[in-house]
Write a protein that binds this ligand. Structure first.
Ligand code: MN
Ligand code: MN
Length: 464
């Protein structure tokens, strides 16, 4: 059984629509290189689409009703969107969930030091990366420094054309005889991922003059003391902008497709819902997926459940039983990227169960590793109903596993939401070079994801 390449069925008008969708996404990606930046953009987009802050609604004690739209911002790093439907919430919601954190390198809390006339920042990487991919390339700094008085200083250095960039050095090939025979996991070690920040001594300083020069810049330009780094979150990310990839412009090269491509597709589908939906539609943009969905902004925290409880109370559906029914009766697409089939690494896949670029949005019944360990195994009954919604709305889709059996594996937020007893399946866009500083997607898959998510929100119904 082979699935269709979506491009082969597009007419001229659709191709133009695909290209327009891709440009909108590229703009989002270029303004969202961290979870904080993505969360801020999501809130901005939601407000423009008529969403109100749930915290304000609670404070004002106002009731909510069908057609109302509210958002919840969790610690500036995760976002929930709710568009209240005609049916009681206890009949379950249609939920999209993606994550907005991506693999990166974080500055440590005591980061700065000088060695041999160079000032560095010490780092700790975040998520699964091939460390050797992050050296000898332009990197930028993004984040916040929070001072003792609570003021938050935003930092973005290396994005503007006139900005300087930073980076991590690699050893010259001429002296790499020993490095070249090392295992790839040891070629660049975690503690060696230190970012070069400065190389000019501050005149008149005897001890660590380059470091002193760096600290003077931080003080003069940002009003920061070295000690302020104790309460900072500075992320080191690729400085390149996302852009069209391939001579036919069919693809997009960029940092953070995992999982901002699905996050953006969810936003598009949720914010552009026409009219009042039958069932309440929700979108979850979670943080910390790349390190196990931990912490107060990760999917394991119960802010979604709490926000839903607040909304149900404001809708006059108070009580624990109603909340449990709403959660257990919900339908969810866990929207996360899938491993795209790469002909150059064919042996990593079993081809007829691999996600192929251009063949549409991808559904993964299983993720996990070895004997499906750690997987969410979507129910066949749910997939049957989902197939009908996809076919009824002419969505190009494919099904896939995450690579060849026993080769590796991975997880998403699907298994966490499934704990409520809701129906959940993984659904996303196929990516090449996943977790590399520059990842690749096909524009047709992004377009079909937006279509799929919209059709799901509007048309998915409860199990019998
Ligand atoms: Mn992901
Ligand atoms: Mn990932």
């Amino acid at each position: 059984m082979e699935r269709t390449n979506a491009w082969t069925k597009y007419d001229e008008k659709t191709v133009a629509d695909v290209m327009r969708t891709a440009s909108d996404y590229i703009a989002f990606l270029n303004r969202g290189k961290t979870e904080r930046e993505c969360a801020a953009q999501a809130v901005e987009m939601a407000k423009a689409a008529g969403y109100r802050d749930l915290k304000d609604v609670i404070r004002e004690g106002k009731a909510l009703k069908a057609g109302d739209k509210v958002y919840w911002l969790q610690m500036n790093k995760a976002v929930l969107l709710f568009h209240i439907g005609k049916r009681p919430l206890a009949e379950g919601l249609n939920i999209l969930g993606a994550h907005i954190d991506s693999p990166r390198i974080d500055l440590k809390q005591n980061p700065f030091y000088e060695d041999t006339d160079i000032a560095y920042a010490d780092t700790h990487y975040y998520g699964g990366i091939k460390k050797y991919q992050w050296v000898a390339r332009a990197l930028s700094l993004h984040g916040v420094v929070v001072k003792k008085d609570g003021t938050s200083v935003p930092v973005v250095i290396g994005e503007d054309e006139s900005d300087p960039v930073v980076g991590i050095s690699d050893l010259l090939i001429h002296l790499s005889q020993e490095q070249m025979v090392k295992k790839a996991s040891e070629v660049i070690e975690g503690e060696k991922l230190d970012v070069m920040l400065a190389g000019m001594p501050l005149s008149g300083e005897e001890k660590e003059p380059v470091l002193k020069g760096l600290l003077k810049i931080l003080k003069d330009k940002y009003g920061l003391e070295e000690e302020d780094m104790l309460s900072a979150e500075i992320e080191v990310v690729p400085a390149e902008k996302a852009r069209d990839y391939g001579l036919d412009r069919s693809m997009i090269l960029g940092y953070g497709h995992d999982d901002r491509v699905c996050a953006w597709a969810c936003l598009e589908a949720q914010l552009k819902l026409a009219g009042t939906p039958e069932y309440t539609c929700a979108t979850i943009l979670a943080d910390k997926e790349e390190i196990g969905s931990v912490g107060a902004t990760g999917m394991q925290a119960v802010y979604f459940e709490n926000a839903l409880a607040e909304i149900m109370a404001l809708c006059g559906e108070e009580g624990n039983l109603a909340l449990r029914r709403a959660l257990a009766g919900s339908r969810m697409l866990s929207c996360d990227v899938s491993a795209g089939y790469d002909p150059l690494f064919a042996s990593a896949f079993e081809k007829k169960n691999a996600a192929i670029l251009g063949r549409g949005v991808c559904y993964n019944k299983f993720t996990g590793s070895r004997g499906k360990s750690g997987s969410n195994d979507a129910n066949a009954e749910f997939i049957g109903r989902l197939r009908k919604v996809m076919d009824d709305h002419q969505v190009f889709f494919q099904t896939a596993e995450l690579g060849r059996v026993d080769l590796g594996g991975g997880g998403t937020i699907a298994y966490i939401c499934a704990l409520y007893g809701m129906e959940v399946i993984d659904s996303g866009v196929a990516v090449l070079s996943m977790h590399a500083p520059q990842e690749i997607i096909n524009k047709a898959d992004l377009y079909e994801a937006v279509k799929a998510y919209g059709a799901f929100l509007q048309n998915m119904g409860p199990r019998n």
